[in-house]
Design a protein around this ligand. Structure first.
Ligand code: NAD
Length: 485
């Protein structure tokens, strides 16, 4: 077992968990058992909270410019280590090395935003009446926590860390127990960059730690990224204890192909969107809405997807269970009358027969009668629906309970603008199939893709991980005035 039994990171030290229960961590490309992750107890979470409480105030009062200096060091050390970090992500998640490197770069971009905090958190000051000044200042919340999913073991923790830590909180990470290896390396980098002991901790585990985070009275805010079912649980359980919580959930992203779409660009972009990271992105294309007759473009997408080399251009899915779930959706669609235009069910990669692979799959279900058209599959599968016109297409998109991303392929500005207004999604793309808003724009969906107020990353992260204090001041020198004068 390459990485052995993983440790928690508490008070600046890697410590053994007392847990006897462990979960096996598997390389999904090969099926090889690479580590055991301990399923820690609520008492171990409490130890991390106590270590965090001890140092949080002394971290809070470090000037923000000094805090930002640590992010410069962190960025430089992560960049130097990108090969190793990408190898970890590739090994435990199954995405390709180029995809793993792209994930690291995107996480580092979030740290760049952290370096800019001293410039962006300055608040206004105003003479609100004669001799009376009002100013606002941002304060941390205290001890806060982040709970992350399997699909971005490096990037999603860094959606939270720069603003949470940079604004003076002590942060506890509960990584996905499916991909806990990368975060061990993150802890080493945080420590070596100069984050004080106890300001950043990792407690490994599953459901029990998530529930303990929601219930802990000294954890003041929770950031969650994962499936909608768990996002709802975390949102309601954390809110019940008065925490601030932002829980991002699952997705079913619709992409419109209009008759005037550029065929080459659309085919490349749509294929990249539904097959990238083996379709395991909350921003991945999931339903293609063909508006009018766009058959030549659909054929180009099919050809392009069929030409991808599995194991090289596209990685594995995360587990045997995920592979079986995805295959069930395809079987079910076929049984219920949909046509499988490209079938990835028999996909194999030579030399990696024990890996969990599914090839790119295109399902034609014009009226959306099968579950593949409405439920999150989270694999390299796209379902094509047919709409007579733009309005019918909008009705299809708007009927989805999710609202993470939506995109349109067109060369017509009026359609693009109308789509941007009417799509029920927090992140919209025009000729962009994975419309992730890059920093400083915040990341967050609508409807069943997001529970709580606010957004992750960018300016949204400042709101999420800090609170504003308004200070109104008057001095004796202005004796004749009061705050209303
Ligand atoms: P998941 O919900 O299974 O797990 C996420 C986290 O919740 C993990 O840390 C896990 O330990 C914990 N968890 C799992 N089951 C739990 C339970 N019953 N009670 C308490 N905690 C529990 O999600 P996943 O499979 O790791 O990730 C894939 C999902 O995440 C997809 O639905 C995807 O769309 C979503 N996702 C959303 C975004 C976004 O920004 N909206 C980003 C990435 C992934």
């Amino acid at each position: 077992m390459k990485y052995g039994r993983l440790k928690n990171f508490i008070g600046g030290q890697f410590v053994d968990s007392a847990a006897t229960a462990v979960q096996a961590v598997t390389n999904p490309s090969t099926g090889e058992h690479i580590a055991d992750v301990p399923l820690s107890s609520a008492a171990e979470l409490d130890a991390a909270v106590q270590a965090a409480l001890k140092v949080q105030h002394s971290w809070q009062i470090v000037p923000i410019r000094e805090k930002a200096q640590i992010f410069y060091k962190l960025k430089a050390s992560l960049e130097k280590d990108i090969d190793t970090l990408a190898a970890y992500v590739n090994e435990e998640n199954g995405k390709t090395i180029p995809e793993s490197r792209a994930e690291i770069m995107r996480g580092i971009e979030c740290i760049e935003y952290g370096t800019s905090l001293p410039s962006v958190v300055a608040e206004p000051i105003l003479e609100v009446s004669t001799g009376v000044q009002c100013r606002a200042m941002r304060y941390p919340l205290g001890v806060v926590a982040g709970i992350t999913p399997f699909n971005f073991p490096f990037m999603v923790p860094f959606w939270m860390i720069p603003q949470a830590v940079g604004l003076g909180n002590a942060f506890i990470l509960k990584p996905s127990e499916v991909v806990p290896v990368t975060s061990q390396r993150i802890a080493e980098h945080m420590r070596d960059a100069g984050i004080p002991d106890g300001v950043f901790s990792i407690v490994n585990g599953g459901k029990e730690i998530v529930e303990a985070i929601c219930d802990h009275k000294d954890i003041k805010a929770v950031g969650f990224v994962g499936s909608t079912a768990v996002a709802k649980l975390v949102y309601s359980r954390s809110s019940a204890t008065g925490k601030r919580v932002l829980a991002l959930g699952g997705a079913k992203n619709h992409l419109f192909v209009m008759p005037d779409a550029d065929p080459e660009m659309t085919a490349k972009n749509v294929t990249d969107s539904f097959t990238g990271c083996a379709g395991q992105r909350c921003m991945a294309a999931s339903v293609l809405v063909a508006v009018g007759r766009v058959d030549p473009i659909l054929e180009k997408i099919r050809e392009r997807a069929a030409s991808l080399k599995l194991g090289q251009d596209m990685g594995s899915v995360i587990s045997r269970a995920a592979q079986e779930r995805i295959l069930r959706y395809i079987d079910d669609a076929e049984k219920n009358g949909a046509k499988i235009l490209l079938d990835g069910r028999q996909a194999k990669v030579e030399g990696k027969e024990n890996g969990y692979y599914v090839g790119p799959t295109i399902i034609l279900d014009p009226e959306g009668k099968t579950a593949s058209a409405s439920e999150e599959i989270f694999g390299p599968v796209i379902t094509i629906r047919q709409a007579r016109d733009f309005d019918e297409a909008i009705a299809i998109e708007n009927a989805s309970p999710y609202g993470n991303a939506a995109a349109i392929y067109t060369q017509n500005g009026a359609w693009a603008r109308e789509f941007s207004h009417r799509a029920q999604a927090g992140m919209v793309g025009v000729n962009v199939g994975v419309p992730v808003p890059r920093e400083p724009f915040p990341f967050g969906g609508w409807n069943d893709s997001r529970f709580g107020v606010g957004e992750m990353t960018g300016a949204g992260g400042i709101e999420l991980w800090s609170q504003s204090k308004k200070i109104t001041e008057k001095w004796e020198l202005q004796k004749k005035t009061d705050w209303m004068s």
